[in-house]
Design a binder for this molecule. Sequence first.
Ligand code: FMN
Length: 209
Amino acid sequence: MEFKEAMKQRRAVNFFDPTKDVTDAQIKQIIETAALAPSGFNLQPWRVIILRDKEKKETLRKVAMNQPKITEAPVVLIILADREGWKKGNTEFEKDFVESVKAGIMKQEQYDWFCNATNSLYGATAERQLAFACKNTGFFAMSLMLAAKDAGLDSHPMDGFDIDGVRKAFNISDQYWIPMLIAIGHFDKTKTLLPPKWRKSYDEILINF
Ligand SMILES: Cc1cc2nc3c(=O)[nH]c(=O)nc-3n(C[C@H](O)[C@H](O)[C@H](O)COP(=O)(O)O)c2cc1C
């Protein structure tokens, strides 16, 4: 699918066809495509919990404003953003450094510099830690929804949920923020999709201070 077509055709689909499943291979494919998204220092602070089980989706729905699409969609993804993905000792952080050395992007002797750089850029305050986690994971999540469209699937992002409730129900530690849930499936064609929503114009987007 052309990029612009995928952008145009991706919609937050409110109704999912309960008779149409999504395969594990499709989910793997869209997650792997989304993993090509860029991230600061390539730290990739995103993780995903895949929910298919009816009871688990019902549990999630109870802490997500009772949104019907959570139980109607065959798959719901809980998107996690690692607030510590910039930190010395964090598994992905350490792997990123090793891989960067292997790829010749960094030298072993730059390890302390790397730790200091990510610490000052992303770790200096709680606000920066959250921004680091969520901005990068947002790129991943958007890529995932476009990858789903490209694979012939529909999606629906949601942040209408009780974050502490979701944490508790799925044993998610404070290390992770939960930027959104994404329902994945096929639009129920017996329902009417709302017309495309308005978007800000070029002029409305530009600003100066
Ligand atoms: C981060 C995020 C959170 C959202 N949360 C919800 C939600 O909890 N419930 C809902 O019905 N729609 C939710 N939406 C869907 C938006 O309302 C929708 O994307 C927007 O109106 C634009 O419509 P479109 O995606 O069809 O272009 C969310 C969208 C995003 C990006």
